[in-house]
Ligand binder design. Sequence first.
Ligand SMILES: [Zn+2]
Length: 233
Amino acid sequence: MWTHLLGCAGFISMLFYVADATCDAEGEGGAVGAECLERWPLYVFLTSATVCLGTSTVYHLFGTANEKWEIALRNVDYGGIVSLIVGSCAPVVHFGFGDAYPLTRIVYMFAIGGLGAAVLVCSFTPWFDRHNGLRVALFVALALSGVVALLHAMVAHDFSPRVVSMLHGVLAMGATYLLGVGFYATHFPESLRPARTFDLIGSSHCIWHVCVVLAALRHYSTVVALWRDSAHG
Ligand SMILES: [Zn+2]
């Protein structure tokens, strides 16, 4: 339990560090004006990842205090997941469509943002917590709305290498999430040796957290590459 809390906290500070590093690298490159304007989707994503890891850490730290806190903080944790999904979609939509399709870009932003807000409202209702399958389905649907936007962007840009490379990055991120969900759902490896062997380290939930952080970092490298591309291209 403590290991993944420390992991979460470590990665939160790393995400802040990476946000700073982006600024530094930009200073060296010259032509700052145009790049600065385009940088906001990166911050949206970094903030959403930080919110997700932060709320998850708070939930795991204080959720055990009593039942009331447990329920309240679990809802906050779900809200963090919604934030991460929407925040991951924002740079994909923005850089995917680029300046060539400003209206389509705005429509997708509002559609995904609206869908995210709807799921967020749901996440604070009692039934959201009771229905595991439905909850996962809503999260997946939200994430798929970003994939739909990306596929549309790919067709709109006639399968340009830039947008296709983004699809590769998003697929790698998706695979990492799926791996984590696999551990999360099957409770492997502690399902094999239930006698508290994996309580401290290596539990399925711990692996799930590591997968989330790795997937978020993978996505960050994807969108940073795109941002560099959109700034210089
Ligand atoms: Zn957790």
